[in-house]
Write a protein that binds this ligand. Structure first.
Ligand code: ADP
Ligand code: ADP
Length: 229
């Protein structure tokens, strides 16, 4: 399950800074897109806008054919359910068990599946079978990111947004997280947008969008065998 994403003339301004400057972008359903570029280029801002954790000052954003930058509360709730988000700094809740952390996105609502069984399955799928009752403080960074990925997948999202998912990990652990994201994508077929400085992540995506100063300055297809063209 996947959705297309369309960004039309989007700007986001913070005081004198144009975090995004009239950005246009079309992403096909099921595509995996890496966003690269220097710190401050606007990658994070773009992901937040697509996930509607922030709103544009100008322009429109459509996800799955539906405009998402002018939603009311109900529409916003529905959209957020369709999005999984993975952060650089994991953002797990330290007092909750791993199982409960994975359940956080589906706690306040009715879902059509056995949420605890799915949370257990996802923890097993990310290599943490048997650790359901552990607390985040007992885990390494790579393990914490695995939990965060399981949490992002709990509601079967057709869109996965990942903001520097390997940025806080050493390169070996980062590579394991890259491999996990790829296998997740293969299995679930969702659309995936990843902001990254990691060339391994970029090489694993279908497309690399390069940003600088709030603008898109490059847009390359990737042939997996050859890496970035
Ligand atoms: P990237 O993810 O590529 O590092 P960001 O999207 O985080 O870039 O930031 C783009 C620009 O917008 C930067 O200049 C950043 O300092 C600025 N910016 C982002 N968020 C805020 C904010 N909440 N307040 C002020 N400036 C911000
Ligand atoms: P990271 O460095 O891990 O990407 P930050 O703490 O810099 O995370 O947060 C990045 C942005 O995401 C901030 O603007 C923050 O407000 C927002 N954010 C962080 N956690 C969440 C969350 N769980 N849900 C929604 N927005 C969040």
């Amino acid at each position: 399950m996947s959705v297309e994403v369309s960004v039309r003339g989007v700007s986001r301004v913070h005081g004198p800074t144009r975090a995004l400057d009239e950005v246009d972008l079309d992403i096909k359903a099921g595509q995996a897109v890496a966003f690269m570029g220097p710190s401050g280029a606007g990658k994070s801002t773009l992901l937040h806008l697509v996930g509607v954790m922030d709103l544009p000052d100008q322009g429109e954003i459509h996800v799955g054919g539906r405009r998402v930058d002018d939603l009311g509360r109900r529409g916003l709730d529905r959209h957020r359910r369709a999005v999984g988000f993975v952060f650089q700094r994991f953002h797990l809740l330290p007092a909750l068990s791993l199982l409960d952390n994975v359940l956080v996105p589906v706690l306040p609502r009715r879902v059509a599946f056995d949420r605890r069984a799915r949370a257990r399955e996802l923890l097993a799928a990310v290599g943490l079978a048997g650790r359901e009752r552990a607390l985040p403080g007992e885990l390494s960074g790579g393990q914490l990111q695995r939990v965060a990925i399981a949490r992002a997948l709990i509601a079967h999202p057709p869109l996965l947004l990942a903001d520097e998912p390997t940025g806080n990990l050493d390169s070996v652990t980062g590579q394991e997280i890259v491999d996990l994201l790829l296998s997740v994508r293969e299995e679930y077929g969702m659309t995936m947008l990843v902001a990254t400085h990691n060339p391994e992540v970029a090489a694993a995506c279908d497309r690399v969008v390069r940003m600088r100063d709030g603008r898109i300055v490059g847009d390359d297809r990737v042939t997996p065998a050859e890496g970035v063209l």
